[in-house]
Design a protein around this ligand. Structure first.
Ligand SMILES: [Zn+2]
Length: 255
């Protein structure tokens, strides 16, 4: 069985067929999906989906591109949502200097507060980092973010960066973009140790080859798993079993 550790099932692109998408995942042997919140409303939606579907779990948090107007009350609302037993992580949180929808100091503050919240609640982190490598590393390092575990989702950076993140005791996941012809992630995939790897789709985005161009969904995670197996030159069954065990252990999934 596979686990998709990062999907946005609340997106409106699933409004017509959400139930079928979750059903197709089960048929494709994707036995668990973590659906991710990016603000209070989508986090609440994620918890709702996790309560409705047995194979769905939730992560709650405020994304750096959604944090410009985040208040103390919003952080409190995120904390309250974690009381639900289907919430398995704080995320996605982080820094994003590519879209830059909030000033850097605001992004830092909201990210730091949520790392502290994860530590208070002993929950792992799901981290988003876009064009903010150095500051992201410094923040994670200063706050000892690896203490409760977590994953650098949709990992980008060079080999040195990969190693510094691994030294923080964090996991790594790659999306369908590693299957793209122009992907420059081959070295990263090869170098990422199996025992720290997770699978994810980031659905509805980043659809893997050969389905590129279509809306992404958790059932497609197998294509990314196959690409990782090919690059590491090991059977896909090994990627499947190890990444599933990693996800179950990191997120304490009851499956
Ligand atoms: Zn995401």
């Amino acid at each position: 069985m596979f686990i998709d550790t990062h999907a946005h099932l609340g997106y409106e692109s699933y409004d017509e067929d959400r139930e079928l998408v979750i059903q197709r995942a089960i048929e494709a042997d994707v036995s668990a999906i973590i659906t991710i919140g990016t603000d209070v409303e989508s986090s609440r939606e994620a918890v709702g989906l996790a309560n409705k579907y047995a194979t769905v779990f939730a992560a709650v948090g405020i994304h750096p591109t959604d944090c410009a107007a985040t208040t103390e009350a919003d952080l409190e609302a995120i904390k309250e949502l974690t009381a639900d037993e289907n919430v398995v992580a704080i995320g996605e949180i982080g820094l994003d200097y590519y879209h830059m929808r909030a000033p850097k100091d605001k992004q830092h503050h909201i990210c730091a507060r949520q790392i502290q919240l994860a530590q208070e609640l002993n929950l792992p982190l799901i981290i988003h980092n876009r064009d903010s490598h150095e500051d992201m590393y410094n923040l994670l390092s200063e706050l000892d973010a690896g203490r409760t575990g977590g994953v650098m989702h949709s990992f980008t950076g060079d080999l040195d960066y990969l190693h510094t993140i691994l030294e923080l005791d964090l996991h790594i996941s790659f999306t369908g973009n590693i299957t793209f012809k122009k992907s420059d992630a081959n070295d990263l995939v090869t170098a990422a140790p199996l025992e720290r790897l997770l699978l994810e789709t980031d659905s509805p985005f980043l659809t893997p080859v050969p389905l590129r161009g279509k809306r992404n969904e958790p059932a497609f995670v197998v294509h990314t798993a196959r690409k990782i197996a090919e690059l590491k030159n090991i059977p896909v069954e090994e990627i499947e079993s190890v990444t599933t065990a990693n996800a179950v252990s990191l997120f304490k999934l009851d499956i």
